[in-house]
Design a protein around this ligand. Structure first.
Ligand code: AHR
Length: 647
């Protein structure tokens, strides 16, 4: 980290020493709004990567609950007489189930056990809802019984319960278990407790503190970000490793029991972090995504497949990888039907499904992305077909196209003119770059065409050694002053990826980390939160010596006015290793009446927030006393500060 720190300092600001004592005067013109900050400006992007959905946000604790993984018993250990079958199933789209029959010896047992996702985390005093679909295995059977136990790794029973299975027809059974202890790596064992055999399917266990099936602590972490937009469900999983495994939203709605499993595109990505048990149950599907958007107060932004499989995993020259433009119709129809599902009256086919699922009111969808991270000629050809069809039927939906995976270069340069030609409303840019890039590109949007499509910075993160750190967060904070200054062009921005399971990640850094019981907000999370809470409504001009502050003296700054809170907000990142003197002058204001100052700082650049030490670096807020219309202050070395001035 020492080397990187030196690099950061030399690149960002070689002449720190020279200016250490200089007073930097920032002029903030409070009299004129230079841009409107869109309510969508700072948001979140969710993808089922790093076990973000199954094993993460989706609170289901049983892996492969429907026995539908290609290896039907993956995730399960079996003992005694257990057979996988699919005759006369409970669910037509998930037909496999297990039959448990008696071994015929007093000292032998039949049963199955599931270790969940990297173990099952259970909490003292928490109720757990166990449900299963069951029937007697034989039509002439009478008294089936199963016993359910939660067990620790030393094989001690933590809690248990049992119930009879009484009919040869499929029926849902349930049981509530209360844990007397906390255990991070428990597992579940189910015994056959009768001479009569039983069939079991859709074996499920949820903690009672879930919200619509989602983990309470993770939902809260999203709510606390106050995001303006919620992009889902990906990411590369929208594309799939092949078209067969692309994300198909229609498979993710309706009764969860009938949502067919899908392989996760992140299953095979990195040989060093291979998770061949990574599948999508779709228990967290499009209905839940829309509900969650509502809950966290964000505009929903679904991404749909544009007829292309993941371009990182397929060659454009492979005729079978992508759908021919002539055959796009079903894909386009999926997009049209999605809008009906979200917004259509209950009298329509898809609007009715939404109502049947519990939400007769429309979700008021306004944004739709066609394709995730596409590049080259094949994409615009397909995008055009979608844009025409969507505009024809739903002219008010704002369509988002992709600028590809690179922040600049050949593919990027090809994409933008194409996006303009096609006339998408926003272009989704992605950049996972290092600290130098972030500090050097705070002026990225200053020269963007004001008449073209708007920008959605849909995936970005500062990558330093592939880890979250205070340094990466500080670089993002500095860069984001440039997003804010250009809010007339940049209408939305979302950090990526959002979630990661500490035992099952494929990609890092990530905004929020978790294990089966706890979660931790990264330092990067707090930068996003500070921007979001203080996004304001109007951008104000902030200059030092007549120029925007975008790296001079290692400083980065932006200012906004918030018309509902009636406050002026100034964000400053000092990326040098020296404290610096600032004079913030709010031109046009006679007298300010105090305010607050929120500081994000660490003496250690590589420090992270961890599950054990979640508060290593968190924002600290204090009151601010101001005289007249200016503040003379000092910003610490390597510090991000948000000043809020009451009008
Ligand atoms: O965020 C991780 C991945 O990065 C996304 O799935 C993809 O869009 C990008 O390549």
């Amino acid at each position: 980290m020492k080397i990187q720190r030196i690099l950061l300092m030399s690149m960002a600001f070689a002449a720190t020493q020279l200016f250490a004592q200089e007073v930097h005067r920032f002029d903030i013109d409070t009299q004129k709004s230079i841009a409107t900050v869109q309510p969508t400006m700072y948001g979140v992007f969710f993808e089922d990567i790093n076990f973000g959905a199954d094993g993460g946000l989706y609170a289901e604790m049983v892996e492969n609950r429907s026995f539908e993984f290609p290896d039907r018993l993956m995730g399960w250990n079996i003992f005694g007489n257990v057979e996988v079958r699919d005759d006369k199933p409970a669910f037509s789209k998930n037909p496999h189930y297990v039959r448990l029959t008696d071994v015929g010896h007093d000292q032998k047992f039949t049963g199955i056990e599931n270790h969940g996702f990297f173990g099952m985390g259970i909490k003292k005093g928490m109720k757990y809802d166990f449900t299963v679909y069951g029937r007697l295995a034989a039509a002439q059977g009478k008294n089936g019984k199963i016993r359910v136990e939660l067990i620790d790794l030393s094989d001690n029973i933590i809690t248990k319960g049992e119930f009879p299975i009484t009919t040869p027809q499929w029926r849902k059974y349930s049981l509530t278990l209360i844990s007397p202890v906390t255990n991070t790596k428990a597992f579940m064992r189910i015994y056959l407790g009768s001479a009569d055999g039983v069939d079991l399917d859709y074996v499920s266990l949820f903690p009672e503190d879930n919200w619509h099936g989602l983990r309470g602590d993770l939902v809260k972490a999203l709510e606390d970000l106050h995001p303006g937009v919620f992009r889902f469900p990906g990411g590369c999983i929208v594309e799939g490793t092949d078209l067969a495994t692309r994300y198909q939203w229609k498979n993710s709605v309706g009764e969860p029991e009938e949502r067919p499993f899908n392989e996760n595109r992140w299953n095979y990505t990195f040989a060093s972090r291979l998770y061949p048990n990574y599948f999508q149950s779709y228990g967290l599907g499009f209905y839940e995504y829309f509900l969650l958007s509502e809950k966290i107060g964000a505009e929903p932004l679904p991404v749909i497949n544009c007829g292309m499989a993941c371009q990182f995993q397929n060659n454009d020259s492979d005729k079978n990888a992508h759908v021919a433009t002539a055959d796009l119709q079903p894909y386009v129809q999926d997009a049209i039907d999605l809008i009906e599902f979200a917004n259509g009256p209950v009298s329509t086919k898809w609007g009715k499904l939404r109502a049947d699922m519990g939400h007769p009111q429309p979700f008021n969808l306004k944004l739709l992305a066609v394709g995730n991270e596409q590049w080259g000629k094949l994409y615009p050809e397909r995008l055009e077909v979608f844009v025409k069809a969507i505009r024809n039927q739903y002219p008010n939906i704002r369509i988002i196209g992709s600028a590809g995976p690179d922040s600049e270069g050949k593919n990027f340069d090809y994409a933008w003119p194409e996006m303009k030609r096609i006339g998408v409303d926003l272009v989704d840019e992605h950049y996972y770059r290092n600290q130098q890039w972030f500090l050097n590109h705070a002026d990225r949007y200053d020269s963007y065409d004001r008449k073209g499509p708007k920008v959605f910075a849909g995936e970005y993160a500062c990558h330093i050694d592939g880890k979250n750190s205070f340094m990466s967060a500080l670089c993002e904070a500095a860069f984001m002053t440039g997003l804010e200054r250009n809010a007339d062009v940049v209408n939305m921005a979302t950090y990526a990826p959002l979630f990661a399971h500490v035992d099952g990640w494929q990609w890092r850094p990530d905004l929020i980390w978790f294990d089966n019981l706890r979660s931790v907000r990264s330092v990067n999370y707090y930068v996003q939160q500070l921007y979001s809470l203080n996004k304001g409504t109007n951008v104000l001009s902030l200059t030092m010596n007549g120029k925007a502050v975008k790296g001079q003296s290692g400083l980065y700054a932006s200012a906004v006015w918030d018309k509902s809170r009636k406050v002026y907000i100034c964000k400053v990142a000092n990326t040098t290793n020296k404290e610096q003197k600032l004079e913030l002058v709010l031109d046009g204001v006679k007298k300010l009446s105090g305010g607050t100052v929120t500081v994000l700082h660490s003496d250690y650049m590589d420090v992270q927030n961890t599950l054990d030490k979640p508060q290593n670096v968190i924002p600290r807020i204090n009151n601010l006393s101001v005289s007249g219309n200016e503040l003379n202050t000092t910003i610490g070395a390597e510090t991000f500060v948000v000043y809020v001035f009451n009008k």
